[in-house]
Design a binder for this molecule. Structure first.
Ligand code: PEP
Ligand code: CO
Length: 477
């Protein structure tokens, strides 16, 4: 398995500051153009006493990721766009400072690795593992204020901006939270790197974990594929496979780069090429609410070298896709651009095909992945934001059907998930019902698949990507 290596820690890459708070330092041309463009979803805090000092400190802190790793991820994503790999990206809707504990981080990494083993077996190609982790602290909101009774306060924008409790003090945007987000991201990433290189990711351990999932009678229908995976691992062992090498996996970090003060302060010029990299994470994406072609986010993203994503919701037009390609990937660089389609189960089959065709006509080969979460949010009878597992699966199926029809590549999956036993999404083979929300709904933002629902999704997607295997598994059971 060619993906089972560490991201190389590049020795030759050094960073210089990309200007801004460094007097006299060269500013990369155009890197600050976004400042004069319309910008959405930012807190009003530039006049805050801590603002200047925070930006200065952030600008002087070490990068969280290295340009060499970012370049490797771009190559991996290029192979996924060609159908030679599959991308799995998952994590919380909104990370929290208090939730960035060893236990919660390890449960999330473990769940992603478990999902990846199932998908790797089914797809027979490397699965690129990316945590929606170590930086997913800023949230776009549909309204900038929240009213409860006769009190109106600023909306919660993620812990990088303000606090969740509904008090004036918590909801006041505080720029120094950016430093806490940086340090929390650094410690999260440090633990991820330790886990994924230090033996935690050993393939044999991962398939043992899946045994725990299989021991639940609700998951009996996945037994056949699980048994096949187990046989494959045993076979590898018998053949003398070097499991030492398989103890390490590549694991990358991604987030929505919403808060441009933070992103800009962590942008560095790579000393090899003098090109700017967002060093807040390997992969960053633009959300559905900030993807206007003449807006600040698209401009800023067009200047950094990272592989980038753009969320595409159900109102996206083919013209918008073409314009995004021209602006964000004018050179059609393999792996540069990922479109994350989040249409809703009822719309994906109709809205997605013309968008894929527009990209083809533009001579581009973006990576197409599905986010089956954000188009399928509903409110439960008892007032919780939720998603039905069946809707999520229906959107995934629609995504695969569309690509099959067009002969294009369904390259990956982006999910909001956790490794914990929460109750936030409805359904699954071991079903979650609305009553469970009262005790086990923990998300501060959108509902996540819990550990079991995440693994179940992986098994169901596995059946999609390997119909032959899925069929033979069904025949055996
Ligand atoms: C998200 O991914 O949490 C999000 C807000 O998504 P979107 O931009 O697709 O609405
Ligand atoms: Co979300």
């Amino acid at each position: 398995m060619s993906d089972q290596q560490n991201p190389p820690r590049s020795q030759s890459h050094q960073y210089v500051h990309a200007g801004q708070s460094q007097p006299g330092a060269a500013v990369y041309p155009g890197l600050d153009d976004w400042r004069s463009l319309p910008i959405k979803q930012q807190p009003e805090w530039t006049g805050h006493a801590a603002y200047e000092q925070t930006i200065e400190e952030l600008s002087a802190l070490p990068p969280l990721v290295f340009a060499g790793e970012v370049d490797i991820l771009r190559e991996r994503l290029a192979s996924a766009a060609r159908g030679e790999a599959f991308l799995l990206m998952g994590g919380d809707c909104a990370e929290t400072f208090a939730g960035s504990t060893a236990d919660q981080i390890s449960a999330k990494v473990r769940t992603i690795l478990q999902m990846a083993v199932v998908l790797t077996y089914a797809a027979s190609v490397p699965v690129i593992k990316v945590g929606r982790m170590a930086g997913q602290f800023a949230k776009p909101r549909s309204s900038s204020e929240e009213t409860r009774g006769d009190v109106t306060l600023p909306a919660f924008r993620g812990e990088i901006v303000n606090g969740f409790p509904f008090t004036p003090g918590d909801r006041e945007p505080d720029p120094s939270r950016m430093l806490k987000a940086y340090h929390t991201s650094a410690s999260t990433l440090n633990l991820i790197r330790a886990f994924t290189t230090g033996g935690f990711a050993d393939l044999r351990a991962v398939y043992q974990w899946n045994r725990g999932f299989m021991s639940n009678p609700a998951h009996a229908k996945y037994e056949s594929m699980a048994a096949q995976i187990e046989r494959a691992v045993t076979f590898m062992e018998a053949c003398g496979t070097d499991f030492e090498a398989l103890k390490r996996v590549e694991f990358f970090a991604s987030h929505e780069a919403l808060l441009l003060d933070y992103e800009r302060a962590l942008t560095r010029l790579d000393s090899r090429t003098s090109l700017p990299y967002a060093t807040s994470g390997h992969f960053i994406w633009i959300g559905e609410r900030t993807r206007e072609i003449d807006g600040a986010h698209v401009d800023f993203f067009s200047k950094v070298q990272n592989p980038i994503g753009v969320k595409l919701g159900p109102t996206t037009t083919p013209e918008q896709v073409t314009a995004l390609i021209e602006k964000l990937d004018p050179e059609r660089q393999p792996g540069r651009l990922t479109f994350i389609s989040r249409m809703g189960a009822g719309k994906v089959r109709e809205v997605l095909p013309p968008l894929i065709r527009a990209a083809q006509e533009a001579g581009a080969q973006p990576l197409w992945i599905t986010d089956p979460m954000h188009g399928n949010t509903v409110t439960s009878a008892n007032g919780y934001k939720t998603r039905r597992f069946n809707d999520v699966m229906d959107e995934v199926n629609g995504f695969f059907e569309v690509h099959k029809e067009l002969g294009t590549v369904p390259g990956g999956l982006h999910v909001e998930m956790t490794g914990d036993d929460v109750a936030e999404c409805l359904g699954g083979a071991d079903p979650i019902d609305e009553a469970a929300f009262e005790d086990r709904y923990e998300s501060l933002c959108d509902p996540r698949l819990n550990h079991k629902q995440s693994l179940e999704l992986a098994f169901l997607v596995a059946e999609q990507i390997a119909p032959e295997r899925g069929r033979s598994a069904a025949a055996e059971s």
